[in-house]
Design a protein around this ligand. Sequence first.
Ligand SMILES: Nc1ncnc2c1ncn2[C@@H]1O[C@H](COP(=O)(O)OP(=O)(O)OP(=O)(O)O)[C@@H](O)[C@H]1O
Ligand SMILES: [Mg+2]
Length: 489
Amino acid sequence: MLELKKNPFKPNVIENNPTAFGLRTKEIVFSITSLLNDNSIFITGSRGIGKSSLGLQLQKVMSGNETLLKRCNIKNTENDVLCIYYACAEDTTIEDLCLDILYELEQEILLLPKIKLAKIKPSLELNFGIIKAKFETEIESNRRSPSSIANRFVNGLRAIYTDALKLNVFTAINIMIDEVDQLPTSINFGHFIKIIHETLNNRGCNKLTFLFAGQLGSYTRFNKEDPSFERIVKCITLDRLSWEASNYILDYASATSTPKFEIKEDARKLILSLSSGYPYIVHLIGDSCFNEMSDDNIITKTIVLSALEVILLTDKREKFTEKLRELNDMERELIFFMASQSVNMLPAEIPYNSIYDKDNDNSDIKKQLDLLLNSLITKGYLYSINDKALYIFSEELFRIFVSYIKIELSITKTARREFSDMNTNINLLKERLEQDEKHLEMELEGEYSNSAEANYVSPEEKKQLFNEYISSRMPTKYSNAWEEDNFKK
Ligand SMILES: Nc1ncnc2c1ncn2[C@@H]1O[C@H](COP(=O)(O)OP(=O)(O)OP(=O)(O)O)[C@@H](O)[C@H]1O
Ligand SMILES: [Mg+2]
């Protein structure tokens, strides 16, 4: 009988299963110690590094699930923390945030078996309803200042906190606020949190902690908004995941999927070095490999390479093109140059010497180059190891995309013009992509007799080009160089 396949990879889902989680023991110990000692924390790091997943794992531990700490070999204390999760959006107002959090807390308590609720406080439901309704009318009837909203929010929290602890079911409350970088700056969230923290403490609610998560830079932003933020909330910056932990994600997936599958050693190394410590990429490539896998249930290097083709030619094309657009002309020029260096290792290590010609000593050029490299590091495109002797792309997939796209572009007239003219013009790149889409549409509608006349590369040609690129430019040596960068920090 045919067995339905169950893909174990989840590139778009937060990892909340403590058995599937690739361990970050150092970060877990630091975070959980802070939280269980009633300190709030802020998890920050680049996109897809695993902030939300770590946050939810910590909440699992706090609400009594022992799996993760056992896996980290840490003796567990008993925890019964009431945990709720809230994700911010661009249009979140401070009123929405407060109301939704109060509502979530209320719902969590109301989910308890009636018997537990009734034993302690028969009219609990009514009370919480009142708190929320009161808060709503108070802030609606008169637009309040942020500090006045904060005070009312604290009153609501305190009422729930007191009742929650009285129930003898919960020992503390933890509120995770994810995607805080999305909040508009007009909110002055840093200052808002400071007021909440102080008022809660003044009123004896010290067993209520916050767990924030947001992109790199948001912690700095909130510190600027209120310098006390740093004192109140401890920061955890997530490094890339180790080779071993990333490998665990693959092992776990291959052992728990239906059907189980095998990953050949060279395929595994290729996936791990391509993902260079981003759990998101392990899932992304894994997911694509699983879909490409044939009935023998073996993931080979060939399968990884065709998965890569699908990812770079379709899924990620738009995102990576946008990433190129976000750079200024000089930075883009340098990125193109660095990405096209011939390399013998994945992720590619690009020697400073290959970018700067020492023999042609020119301190002005050197200064300008160093500034550009620093800016690309700050923007998260690159990192350096060995005392800035080697540069590595933060996302190896992006490097491969850039070096491939350069070839693809260069076989068209538009692109040749673009690259012969040293001032690469962003609009040209954009125009070409728009043209590509238009031509594709026309081609699909049969408006061209042959695609060459349109100066356009068809999907089939792109595939062929990509395969040629892979067979001639893809190194077969793999490294875990990013661990050295983690270690340095
Ligand atoms: N330690 C881990 N082990 C296994 N999978 C993980 C781990 N961390 C993250 N993931 C997976 O990586 C992907 C990205 O994780 P997550 O959404 O937590 O990252 P993030 O940093 O919050 O991303 P964003 O910046 O987009 O909010 C998800 O598919 C998740 O399942
Ligand atoms: Mg997230």
